[in-house]
Ligand binder design. Structure first.
Ligand code: APR
Length: 232
C-alpha cells in the first residue's frame, strides 16, 4: 500500500525556540533591520559588506543553534509517512534533526553562489563569507539566499509536491510572504491542513485544523497523533 504523503511547510517560528529570531513578531528581525538595507539586490549593489555582515551574523547564530523538539517531531514522521519538508528557513535545523527531503525555498545560509553563474553553488566553510571570495569564474560569491524582489526558483517544485500531498502541515509561518504563502492553494481541495502556531494564521475552512501553541509543544503532539493513526 502506498504511504500517506505529508508535506510540512515551515517558517521562522519552527526555529524560534532554537534561538533563531522570527521576522515579523515583535522584536523580530525586520524591526531591527530594514529589508531594503540587507535583503535586496539593490542592497547588495550598494553595500555588499553590510549585506555580508548581516548574513555572517545569522550564519554564526545558526551554527551555534541546535534543532528543537519541533524539528525532531517532523523528522520522526518519516518512520511511517512519505514526508517532504518545504521550508522558508535558511538554517539547516531540519536536516540536522534528521529530515531527509528538505526544500529551501528562500535559500541556505551555509551556502554561497557565484554572481556570474547562478548554477555555481558552494558550501561556506566557517561563519564568514568575505568580500574577495570568488567563484572559479572570478566573480564575488554572494549568499545563496533569495532576496526580496528576486524570483523564487523552487516554487514550481514545491507546488508539485503539495499538489500530490494527502495532508499539509503549516508550522511557524505568518503566511505573509508571497509566493511562498500561496503554496497552500496547491493542495487538492478537501485534503486536511494542520496549522501549528501560537498566533492566528490566515487560513480557514472545514479542512483546516489549528493547534494554537508553540512548535516545540504542538508539533510533537501532532506527530504523535498522526503516527498513532498512521501505524494503526
Ligand atoms: N512556534 C511556532 N510558531 C511560532 C513561534 C513558536 N515558538 N514563535 C513565533 N511563531 C510564529 C508567529 O506567530 C508567526 O506566525 O511564526 C510565524 C513567524 O512569521 P514570520 O516572522 O513572518 O516568518 P516567516 O513566515 O517564516 O517569514 C517568511 O519572510 O522575511 C522573509 O525570507 C524571510 O523566509 C522568511 C519569510
Amino acid at each position: 500500500m502506498a504511504r500517506t504523503r505529508i508535506v510540512v511547510l515551515s517558517g521562522a517560528g519552527v526555529s524560534a525556540e532554537s534561538g533563531l529570531g522570527t521576522f515579523r513578531d515583535s522584536g523580530g528581525l525586520w524591526e531591527q533591520y530594514r529589508i531594503q538595507d540587507v535583503a535586496t539586490p539593490e542592497a547588495w549593489a550598494a553595500d555588499p559588506v553590510k549585506v555580508l555582515r548581516f548574513y555572517d551574523m545569522r550564519r554564526e547564530q545558526c551554527l551555534n543553534a541546535v534543532p528543537n523538539a519541533a524539528h525532531h517531531a517532523i523528522a520522526e514522521l518519516e518512520r511511517v509517512f512519505d514526508v517532504d519538508v518545504i521550508t522558508q528557513n535558511i538554517d539547516d535545523l531540519h536536516e540536522r534533526a534528521g529530515s531527509s527531503r528538505v526544500l529551501h525555498l528562500h535559500g541556505e545560509l551555509l551556502k554561497a553562489r557565484s554572481t556570474a553563474d547562478p548554477s555555481f553553488v558552494t558550501r561556506i566553510n566557517g561563519p564568514s563569507l568575505g568580500l574577495g571570495l570568488r567563484c572559479p569564474l572570478g566573480s564575488q560569491l554572494r549568499p545563496h539566499i533569495v532576496w526580496f524582489g528576486e524570483e523564487v526558483p523552487l516554487i514550481p517544485v514545491a507546488a508539485a509536491l503539495i499538489a500530490r500531498a494527502d495532508l499539509l502541515i503549516v508550522v511557524g509561518t505568518s503566511l505573509q510572504v508571497h509566493p511562498a504563502a500561496g503554496l497552500v492553494h496547491a493542495l487538492p481541495h478537501g485534503r486536511p491542513i494542520w496549522v501549528v502556531d501560537p498566533k492566528p494564521v490566515p487560513l480557514s475552512g472545514a479542512h483546516v485544523h489549528t493547534i494554537n501553541s508553540k512548535a516545540s509543544e504542538g508539533m510533537p503532539l501532532l506527530a504523535l497523533e498522526l503516527l498513532r493513526e498512521g501505524s494503526a
